[in-house]
Design a protein around this ligand. Sequence first.
Ligand code: NAD
Length: 434
Amino acid sequence: MPEKKIKAAVPAAQAEEKQKSYNAFEIAKRHFDTAAKFLDLDHNIQQQMRLPERELTVNFPVEMRDGDFKMFTGYRVQHSTARGPAKGGIRYHPDVSLDEVRALASWMTWKCAVVNIPYGGAKGGVICNPKTMNRMELENLTRRYTTEIANIIGPQRDIPAPDVYTDKQIMAWMMDTYTMAKGFSVPGVVTGKPLALGGSEGREEATARGCVYVIKKASQNLNIDLRNAKVAVQGFGNAGSIAARLLHDEYDCRIIAVSDSKGAILNENGLDPHRVIEHKQKTGSVVHFSNSQTIQPDELLTLNCDVLVPAALENSITKELAPKIKAKIIAEAANGPTVPDADDIIIKNGKLILPDILANAGGVTVSYFEWVQNNYGYGWKLDKVNSNLKEIMENSFENVLNISRKYKVNMRCAAYILAIKRVHEAIQYRGIYP
Ligand code: NAD
């Protein structure tokens, strides 16, 4: 047998170097600490809530198209199971790090608590560049990663879902790998599956739809008419492109600018999101779309618009950009797009930030519906999914707004106060003190 060469896919040193100057987990703990000060929490429980319950790092080989094996590193972090099974997406990206996954896992805990669904929080990720991998390599990677984390996931334990650069096909491979190991079909082990495998109607657009429901509520509160309102969207993937489409189709907004990892485009008269989606499908990017001008990616964030939807990655809105933000509403479809120092500046300038743990909670809410449907072996119609999602998002918006008025804090702090209260209460009832 010829000797197989094993090489690192993304060298560890390079991955560490890519660790962002803003550490997402430090930011997550900072948001927690800011909100926790408003609550009379038991000190030990507070310490317990800040840190993840369980962290798994896996290093595993994957056979590549040339027959060589490459080593990959992946993580699964379960931040909390106080309110129910852990729940959270899987990210494939070269910049994935343990601290990023810890942050994303903790945000899942607070998010599920904000919308009051019976889950804890988790997240997973693999350091890889899916854009350079073919279908076979992605399948091999997904199946091996699933096997490596199989001991800690499961429909009653921890339920993965799609996140950046993972989709329903990746979920299908995860479900199949887990199912093969068990010897019987386990659709409830992941959500965001294809409909043919027990996925839910409405799941693919749920993150964006949930975000749009809270944008609508916010606009009513601020007396902003969404008809012809100018919208800029950073990140044109699942969350961003669908948010653009829904705001355009259902609320008559004018989508003036969108971006992806390759660049940003602008048309003050409005872009047709359907045609931009088609263009991206054909060419791999939004750039060079007809009747649009290319702008600097950061310029998109500071455009004169009514609604800004950051829907890409963490730490996009920095302290330096914050004073230049002109949007009246910033709806965080992405997780952690605004760094804390930027938060303070934007809020001081009278803008409304709809925080990630509220604004993008629609995805996990419909994931929860999918899991319920899988557990019952029964499928809901799209109308039922969307009307239940609407009710949950609108009520959650009202709950967070009421807390922000009661405690005289911004919407992010209010969302954390609500979430921390609910997790704290669950821990107290269960008696799971340190
Ligand atoms: P996706 O992989 O479908 O899309 C990501 C998009 O962001 C792509 O268009 C990519 O080109 C773009 N992008 C990457 N880097 C960028 C950059 N520097 N500038 C501009 N665009 C860039 O991912 P997604 O599922 O839409 O996730 C986007 C964000 O939404 C993430 O923060 C994710 O955690 C969050 N989120 C997603 C879900 C979900 O259900 N998919 C749920 C909640 C939160």
